[in-house]
Design a protein around this ligand. Structure first.
Ligand code: PMP
Length: 444
């Protein structure tokens, strides 16, 4: 089996070796790498990827969930061409109509977003949300949950997959930096909370309530471990009581847990929301929105200097913010989801159920854990509630299955989630189940 991976991906191996000359590890993002070497892709169409060796895969990585509209959707292509013809520019660097139009459409699905700002990634989005909360409350500390990812910068790059030794007890986790080179001073301003443990969370928030500006949360950890309803409603109440801003990081869950994201699923109004991924249809975007009184922190009418900054206003800028081509794509993404979004939800349910049946028949305990159009294969009897519980599941078997599936033409980065797109139809589901059948019965 190992041999067959090497044999099928010879060109990938050669390419990565060559790329190591100019890029550390041969990659442009650490996450793109996995042992023995990442598979190098050449093209994507609909639900499919083709690698440099000419192997075809059904793509379930979908660029870490970003491609709910699949690869190369005709309406996305058309929106790009039409925008360039209509507007005659790639970029204005000024306000323009699409910024308003898309904002209003987003608001119709996310009514908690009374006002919006556009950024160029999810990372930039959470960065702005956190600064908004600090600016509004006049406080510096932020609280995040163990196991939750909000972007790769110093303020929040703590306790995503903390090693047990330094991570403290489950009900009161300690911050563990996830990178070399982080200024240790950031550790003083981060508070780590236990996900899906309301008692533990409440005790920590109470102890820090006078210093905390915000709690930031992935309502579904990693996009697939749902907050329990009692937990997330409890968190909303506690943050309200203590005057702490509640930020929903819906970069992954936005549009994937149904078009209205996790906040619609749970029927909760966060104070601030960050969207990204799906709405960009494959292009870089972030959208930050929320309560008007908080968003107004960055209104330049507040005696700003020529940069739009100064001590009375929250500085937020970016050459590409509200990029007209990407906003045109975003409008096309909404058009596509309004038409085909419900079908992807149904198809995901079908795939999850059939995979669970298959594993059950094979005698391997498995939950296809997640809501909406994203889930993960979790090999355990019980339904896990957070990262620590996930670590107790059969990760080595999961990894083995993932590698074997690559040989069968099913792509997700090993140990990653499964996302579906509008291009994943009956045929793709059938082929996926056949591949699983082969792996579970013939290759394990
Ligand atoms: N928040 C969450 C929940 C994410 O999943 C991600 C990306 N994986 C980010 C923030 C960062 O987004 P980006 O990669 O667009 O900067």
């Amino acid at each position: 089996n190992v041999y067959s991976f090497f044999h099928r991906t010879e060109m990938s191996r050669a390419w990565v070796k060559k790329a190591m000359d100019i890029m550390p590890g041969g990659v442009t993002a650490n996450i793109k790498s996995f042992p023995p070497y990442p598979i190098v892709m050449k093209s994507g169409h609909g639900a499919y990827l083709e690698d440099v060796d000419g192997n075809e895969y059904i793509d379930y990585l979908l660029a870490y969930g970003a491609l709910l509209v699949g690869h190369n959707h005709p309406k996305i292509k058309e929106s790009i061409v039409r925008q360039m013809e209509e507007d005659g520019t790639n970029l204005f660097g000024t306000p323009h109509e699409r910024e308003y139009r898309l904002g209003k459409r987003i608001q119709s699905y996310y009514p908690s977003m009374e006002m919006v700002r556009y950024t160029n990634s999810g990372t930039e989005g959470t960065l702005l949300a956190i600064r908004l909360a600090s600016s509004y409350t006049g406080k510096q500390k932020i609280a995040k949950f163990e196991g939750h990812y909000h972007g790769g910068y110093d303020q929040v790059l703590f306790s995503i997959h903390p090693d047990d030794q330094n991570a403290g007890p489950a009900h009161a986790p300690k911050p563990v930096a996830e990178s070399k080179g982080i200024d240790p001073n950031y550790e003083k301003n981060i508070v780590i909370l236990p996900f899906n443990d309301l008692k533990g969370t409440e005790a920590i928030l109470k102890a820090h309530k006078d210093e905390l500006s915000a709690v930031i949360i992935e309502p579904m950890q990693g996009g697939f471990i749902p907050a329990t309803r009692s937990f997330i409603h409890g968190l909303r109440k506690i943050t309200e009581r203590y005057g702490i801003i509640l930020i929903f990081d819906e970069v992954k869950t936005g549009f994937r847990i149904g078009i209205g994201g996790a906040q619609s699923f749970y029927n909760i109004q966060p104070d601030l929301t960050v969207l990204g991924k799906v709405i960009g249809g494959g292009f870089p975007i972030g959208i930050v929105g929320g309560r008007k009184d908080i968003l107004m922190e960055c209104s330049p009418s507040r005696s700003a200097n020529l940069l739009g900054g100064g001590t009375n206003v929250l500085f937020h800028s970016g050459t590409y913010n509200g990029h007209p081509t990407i906003l045109a794509v975003a409008e096309a993404v909404l058009d596509i989801l309004e038409e085909d979004g419900k079908a992807v939800l149904k198809r995901t349910e079908q795939l999850k159920k059939e995979l669970e049946d298959l594993f059950r028949k094979r005698g391997i305990p498995m939950n296809a854990l997640g809501e909406g159009t994203i889930f993960s294969i979790v090999l355990s009897e019980k339904i896990v509630k957070n990262d620590r519980e996930l670590q107790t599941t059969n990760l080595s078997l999961r990894k083995k299955i993932d590698y074997l599936l690559l040989n069968e033409g099913i792509y997700t980065k090993p140990m990653n989630r499964y996302s579906l797109s509008v291009a994943h139809g009956e045929r793709e589901i059938e082929r996926t189940l056949e591949a699983y059948q082969n792996v579970l019965y013939k290759k394990l």
